[in-house]
Write a protein that binds this ligand. Structure first.
Ligand SMILES: *[C@@H]1O[C@H](CO)[C@@H](O)[C@H](O)[C@H]1NC(C)=O
Ligand SMILES: *[C@@H]1O[C@H](CO)[C@@H](O)[C@H](O)[C@H]1NC(C)=O
Ligand SMILES: *[C@@H]1O[C@H](CO)[C@@H](O)[C@H](O)[C@H]1NC(C)=O
Ligand SMILES: *[C@@H]1O[C@H](CO)[C@@H](O)[C@H](O)[C@H]1NC(C)=O
Ligand SMILES: *[C@@H]1O[C@H](CO)[C@@H](O)[C@H](O)[C@H]1NC(C)=O
Ligand SMILES: *[C@@H]1O[C@H](CO)[C@@H](O)[C@H](O)[C@H]1NC(C)=O
Ligand SMILES: *[C@@H]1O[C@H](CO)[C@@H](O)[C@H](O)[C@H]1NC(C)=O
Ligand SMILES: *[C@@H]1O[C@H](CO)[C@@H](O)[C@H](O)[C@H]1NC(C)=O
Length: 529
């Protein structure tokens, strides 16, 4: 009897191997780190896994659970939200994923063959066992014809075999599970193949060249029209539809943080991607059509002094309001006279100093309000100035200085980059460029731009219906087209900047000072909760 029992042991351990393999190897096979998702309802939680990349926007996601409530294995593929043909890396990723799934299929087939073989053996054993049982009954009924010794031997064998029956039943159920696994993987494979076909008939080089030409056309369109508001391909939407995708943000371990909240809370708020902008709230109505206003994101707690600069040239007086409340309710301010007039509306107040572009130059000046002195001035190399590469609204807005969670930035354009936007990270003390990124977005067709968490967001215009439609991520040196409405309440935006302390956008909207809340999406891992 030791042989069949051993066999069944092998079969069962094969089953254990498959489930282990499914839950442990699969995530690494698809090259993604794991984050526990909630187990499928009613399933076996220890057999359910979720696979989630660090950045859900960027890549393919495979959710798989060994069993759902009906005991079926579920694999769900989530296609990236953004256009996936913007980068060759994406198609490479798809190819790799497909290959991995194919490898996985092969492995499952091998396992399946093995278990099928074992199953046949066990089934034969079962038949024998049942035959034996029948025989035994006959024998029992027919005492006389049998020798007592024989009878005893058979009975002993029977007793040995009997516990095997429930094991066999269990095994058969497990074998069905293997079958389901196989089917799921096949379904996944065919979905991916379908997708691949849609993406260009298996020819990735062809796909790549199509992507390149698409991008070229898009760029040409943007250059011609000034701005091309169209969203790029809906290929990934199509793919998502095809694959019958679950919405990504339903996992309770992921949370969206929005709005202004207190400083302690803000410190733990992770950086994220802009997903929404609130309606504008008008704080004050004052000044001319053009200007800028802000608070210092590094000001000590309780310091909500408001800094206010009316006009884009021929002015050197900065107003200081004691607090946001003062700013809203009074016209009581103190004035600071800058040593030079400013240019544009790209000034920023950061850590007690104002950084501004000196009129008719590419000079950046850091002026300390406390000491009323210039603490540093530095040319921004190669930057256009004096309405060479201004924002769409003009106004000598060639150099836009801004601050995000990561520090001080300058947004401008150079001849070297054909008048397209250049992003430079500046050292706040020396004003030297720490690093630069060259984008493909024409500076003059940008309405305004602002930086959040190392990503530059560009609007499509300054008047009429406005939206944020281009985003350049400095951490990966990649860009994408997005579509986030920006309410243009008073029809002319001449300044738009993000304040990382308030998590708000400050805007100068045709003689109105307005604020917008932003919604940033980020993943909070369970260990952070
Ligand atoms: C996966 O995540 C765990 C923690 O969640 C981490 O320790 C491990 O280094 C990560 N592995 C990879 C390959 O990123
Ligand atoms: C798939 O299997 C082949 C051969 O077994 C191997 O060369 C290849 O690297 C595997 N691909 C992946 C993505 O694991
Ligand atoms: C696989 O796809 C087929 C046809 O689309 C479907 O009938 C079948 O139920 C799917 N298998 C599983 C396990 O979901
Ligand atoms: C700020 O957040 C901390 C920690 O979450 C909380 O204890 C405190 O009450 C909050 N303060 C205000 C003013 O909301
Ligand atoms: C204006 O501000 C000054 C000092 O900042 C203060 O002395 C004065 O009372 C304020 N006036 C009003 C009307 O708030
Ligand atoms: C802000 O300024 C203070 C001195 O006024 C300095 O000690 C501190 O390092 C500065 N912080 C940053 C982030 O530049
Ligand atoms: C870039 O930063 C965003 C957050 O702003 C993050 O989600 C993403 O993973 C980062 N990408 C890379 C390639 O580091
Ligand atoms: C931003 O959100 C906060 C809290 O949700 C709210 O009090 C404030 O009014 C909002 N501000 C804007 C400009 O929408």
């Amino acid at each position: 009897m030791s042989v069949p029992l051993l066999k069944i042991g092998v079969v069962l351990s094969t089953m254990a191997m498959i489930t282990n393999w499914m839950s442990q190897t699969l995530p690494s096979l698809v090259g993604l780190n794991t984050t526990k998702l909630t187990a499928a309802q009613g399933g076996y939680p220890d057999r359910s896994i979720g696979v989630l990349p660090a950045n859900p926007e960027e890549s393919w996601q495979v959710y798989s659970s060994a069993q759902d409530s009906e005991g079926r294995c579920v694999c769900t593929v989530v296609a990236p939200q953004q256009t996936m043909c913007s980068r060759d890396a994406r198609t490479k990723q798809l190819r790799q994923l497909l290959e991995k799934v194919q490898n996985m299929t092969q492995s499952i087939q091998v396992l399946d063959q093995r278990t099928q073989r074992d199953l046949q053996y066990v089934v034969k054993m079962e038949d024998q066992l049942r035959g034996l049982e029948t025989k035994f009954r006959q024998v029992e009924e027919n005492h006389k014809q049998n020798i007592a010794k024989q009878y005893k031997a058979i009975k002993a064998k029977m007793a040995e075999l009997r516990p095997l029956i429930p094991v066999l039943e269990e095994y058969k159920a497990d074998a069905r599970l293997v079958q389901q696994f196989k089917e799921e993987v096949q379904n996944l494979t065919s979905s991916l193949s379908l997708l691949q076909q849609e993406m260009g008939a298996y020819d990735y080089d062809d796909l790549h060249s199509r992507v390149v030409s698409l991008e070229e056309r898009l760029r040409a369109c943007m250059q011609k029209l000034g701005h091309c508001g169209e969203k790029t391909t809906t290929l990934s939407d199509l793919a998502a539809h095809r694959l019958n995708v679950r919405h990504k943000y339903t996992d309770p371990s992921m949370r969206v943080d929005a709005g202004l909240s207190n400083i302690t809370a803000k410190k733990v708020m992770a950086c994220g991607k802009l997903t929404g902008i609130s309606d504008a709230i008008t704080i004050k109505t004052s000044g001319s059509r053009f200007g800028s206003w802000m608070t210092d994101p590094l000001a000590p707690e309780g310091d909500t002094r408001v800094w206010y600069m009316d006009g884009y040239h021929n002015n050197r007086f900065v107003r200081e309001y004691k607090s946001m409340a003062d700013f809203m309710t009074s016209d009581n301010f103190t004035s600071h006279r800058l040593p030079h007039p400013w240019s544009g509306t790209g000034q920023v107040v950061y850590n007690g100093s104002i950084y501004f572009n000196k009129f008719q130059s590419n000079m950046i000046i850091k002026f300390d309000f406390k000491t009323s002195t210039i603490s540093k001035s530095q040319r921004l190399d190669n930057s256009g100035y004096s309405n060479t590469y201004h924002y769409a609204w003009g106004g000598h807005s060639d150099i836009d200085l801004m601050v995000d969670e990561g520090g001080l930035w300058a947004i401008y354009a150079t001849n070297q980059n054909a008048g397209n936007i250049v992003i430079s990270k500046l050292h706040p003390l020396t004003l030297h460029i720490i690093q630069s990124w060259t984008t493909n977005h024409p500076r003059r067709s940008a309405g305004e731009s602002f930086m959040i968490c190392g990503t530059l967001y560009v609007t499509n215009g300054y008047s009429g219906g406005t939206k944020v439609y281009y985003a350049y991520q400095t951490n990966s040196s990649t860009y994408e087209y997005i579509d986030i409405v920006l309410q243009n309440k008073y029809s002319h935006i001449s300044m738009l900047d993000y304040n990382p302390r308030d998590r708000a956008l400050y805007a100068w909207n045709n003689g109105h000072q307005v604020l917008y809340n932003v919604t940033l999406f980020h993943v909070i891992r369970s260990e952070q909760l």
